[in-house]
Design a protein around this ligand. Structure first.
Ligand SMILES: Nc1ncnc2c1ncn2[C@@H]1O[C@H](COP(=O)(O)OP(=O)(O)OP(=O)(O)O)[C@@H](O)[C@H]1O
Ligand SMILES: [Mg+2]
Length: 236
């Protein structure tokens, strides 16, 4: 695997239980890249993302993600893999019984941080990055949908991940708010991480053209409207 390669898949099959969802998936995504994953509903976008964060096992083919071989990874190594990943979901998945700060603190504790001052600083850092530096005391229900999604992106950034996997992160947001989330994710990719984002949002894809992969008929291919270098996404 080349030094700057974040995801390397070779003839990978993606299964949901015994059902083959995708096969012969061969692709590579490097540092600094932002890549869309499109395809009709049920074609396997979420399943592919789940395979990449080791929620679904690799039975056939090869998959290497942030340096971990997903075919041979041990169950006890999965938390270490996930610490190098940031995962963003369509429905935010915040804990509604506690403040934004406590949502983030919860993740830091669960991922092995223990110094209170460093943890507070890190929380402030990631909230600043998503433009919510003053809102840490709020409860999730006191925030708009776009703000909640930004909290979930802040949460994904806590461990300074090499790769962000986002599953329809703008699915529940209005166009203007989605725009803000997109530029945030693009900024993140420009800062040397890779972002793979499943989406149905063609308007945003037109506005922010970049390399695009398509799930169709059990395969993943490069989409024709793919604009690999349109905005210099390779970080060069
Ligand atoms: N937990 C599950 N158990 C069994 N089969 C599943 C499970 N989740 C998804 N599938 C099946 O796997 C296939 C791919 O589903 P997946 O959720 O990956 O599609 P998707 O491209 O993300 O769709 P959408 O655009 O609706 O989110 C579908 O046929 C679906 O029915
Ligand atoms: Mg899905």
């Amino acid at each position: 695997m080349a030094l700057d390669t974040i995801i390397e898949l070779n003839n990978l099959s993606v299964y949901q239980r015994n059902i083959l969802v995708l096969s012969e998936v061969t692709l590579s995504i490097g540092k600094g890249e932002f890549v869309y994953l499109i395809g009709k509903t049920g074609t396997g976008k979420s399943s592919l993302l789940k395979t990449l964060y080791a929620d679904l096992p690799v039975k056939e083919g090869e998959a290497e993600v942030v340096g971990y071989n997903l075919k041979t990874i041990k169950l006890r190594e999965v938390p270490y893999l996930r610490r190098k990943l940031g995962i963003v979901f369509q429905d935010f998945q915040l804990l509604n019984d506690r403040s934004v700060n406590d949502n983030l603190m919860f993740v830091l504790k669960a991922t092995g941080w223990d110094d209170k001052t460093t943890m507070d600083e890190r929380i402030k850092d990631v909230l600043d990055k998503v433009g919510l530096g003053t809102k840490g005391f709020k409860m999730p229900h006191q925030l708009s949908g776009g703000e909640q999604q930004r909290v979930s992106i802040a949460r994904a950034l806590l461990n300074d991940p090499e790769l962000i996997l986002a599953d329809e992160p703008t699915g529940n947001l209005d166009p203007e708010t989605s725009d803000g989330i997109m530029s945030l994710l693009f900024d993140i990719s420009h800062s040397g991480r890779a972002v793979l984002m499943a989406t149905h949002n063609y308007a945003l894809m037109e506005k922010y053209p970049t390399r695009t992969l398509k799930c169709e008929a059990g395969r993943v291919s490069t989409a024709e409207n793919s604009a690999n270098h349109a905005i210099g996404i390779n970080g060069i």
